[in-house]
Structure formats: structure tokens, C-alpha cells
Unconditional design. Sequence first.
Length: 166
Amino acid sequence: MPLLQPALAGEALAEWRRKPGVYRLNYHHFPLGMHPLALPAAQYAECAAEQGRFWEFSDEINADFDRWMGQPDAEARQSFMAYAVSAGAKQPEMEACLDKVNTQAIMGTMTILQGQFGVNSTPSVFVNGIRVGNYADAAQIRAIRAVTEAGPGAGNVIAKRLETMR
């Protein structure tokens, strides 16, 4: 799966995040080796999360994806810090976190995600346990809503829909 299209991701994720009682959203890093800035982006995201600013940081970094993707490492890291601060994180706490961020833990989680859930791209998003592969696919969005909004007795229908999405 190609990297997420930022504008589409922003719209879909924003809707799901606005309804935490309806949608359970899981967002996973999967820093691919071919993308040299993926691991630093994941590290900054984890540090923003420590300050309760994960989603705000994610919105910032996805909105400006095309710009930072072309930057050299040091410049991209400056951009990531600016996104974190813009998202409401405090720079001194970000710097302290980045000094201790556990890269091995991020990489270990990748191995588990790949093995158990077939995650192979970054970011990988699951809504109510269903992996979303294409945020622009209206059929996938409808299927997630149908499963989420199904009433009692819809178990067989839900099971069939889930199977088509795995």
C-alpha cells in the first residue's frame, strides 16, 4: 500500500476521532527502510504522544508531508520539532524524550504488527478492528460504518463484511 494521502487521511481520521464512543481508532507506525525519515517521524510522534499531542502532531506532519519528504535528515528533524511545537508540545520535553526514545521498542512493535496483523505500511490504521487500506475508498468507509452501526442480530452480515476487508 502506498503512503497515505494526507488530505484524505485528515478528513477520515478527523471524523473517526470526533466520535470516540463510536469508533475505536488504532494508528500504528511502520517505518519502512526505504523511507529514511519514517523512523525519525515515528520517534517524534511517540514523544508528542507522551505530552498528549499525538493526534495534533500527526495532523501537522501529514498536512505537510510533501515538503518534509524532500528534506535532508537534519532539516526534516527541525521540521518535525516545529510540527510538535505547533501541535502544542513543549520543546524541552520533546528534546528530553528524543534523547531516551526507545527505537528498539518501535522496531520490535513493527515485527509483532507485521506478523500478527499483516501491517506493511506506515501509517497503518485500524477502525473498530478493521484495517483501513484506502481512505478514499467509499466502499471501505461504508463497510466500516455498517459494521459500527449494526444492530443486534447482524452478526452474520458483519462477519461477511469483515472477511472481505481482511
